[in-house]
Design a protein around this ligand. Sequence first.
Ligand code: ADP
Length: 271
Amino acid sequence: AAAAPSDTTEAHRSALKPQQSAYAIEFENVSKAFGAHRVLVDLDLQVQPGEKVTLIGPSGSGKTTVLRLAMTLEKPTVGDIKVFGESILYGTVGRPLPRSQEARIRRRCGMVFQQFNLFPHLTVLQNLMLAPTTVLGQSKEHAEKSSFEYLRMVGLESKVHAYPAQLSGGQQQRIAIARALILKPEILLLDEITSALDPELAGEVLDVVRSVAHETKVTLLIVTHEMRFAREVSDRIVVFDAGRVIEQGPPDKIFTNPESDRTRAFLQSVL
Ligand code: ADP
């Protein structure tokens, strides 16, 4: 008789837990429109935990929108997105995501943008410590210690007391990566993080991403125009055109022997 209630409680508890899923992110039949403009059409995309996936394709084909949807910065018009099996429920048009759920999903994802978005009035250390102390409630000591660890990881310990304006664009972007990683995201979304940089500065940022890709288990979803980098760092390339996935596969296949003429035309335009 004692077993029954505890079984019930256990069943109840697991029903309340977010559903477990094999995927880090899953897009199920997702469409996104801005007014009459359909930016993504019937997207089905699954990303495995730890997988490094790069989205390529012409400008305006919907790649950034995919990242923004994963980060809950945009809502799908139709369809569902699951982050580690947890559904972003937008069944009803205009229905807001519950705050607690939005916060939880955002915490599992970190995003770095084309513009570095560091706080200009804060030092590097203050930029890094801000979210750990305010969002995660870490002590200052703890946040400072891990700030130094991540600064070491991006090779910028010596800049700890500098202000963003005193750093090069490449250094600012490396700080932005450290600032995303310090929250230990399970999924890192990188949106054209070298597009605002001169080529010689882009290299040092890509080196940091390479080491993150090789040395951590983080799931990476990348949008980039750096095809050589995409080829080196990705497990899989997904090719977008006009809001649809036209082709996907291992980098060697996509870059040397693509199936779609549109992929070939795109690669010829950028390589
Ligand atoms: P990509 O990353 O492949 O360049 P995007 O996802 O940024 O493509 O954009 C796809 C299309 O959606 C573009 O035509 C863009 O102008 C449009 N778009 C993106 N965001 C908005 C928005 N907030 N309002 C209206 N149109 C948008």
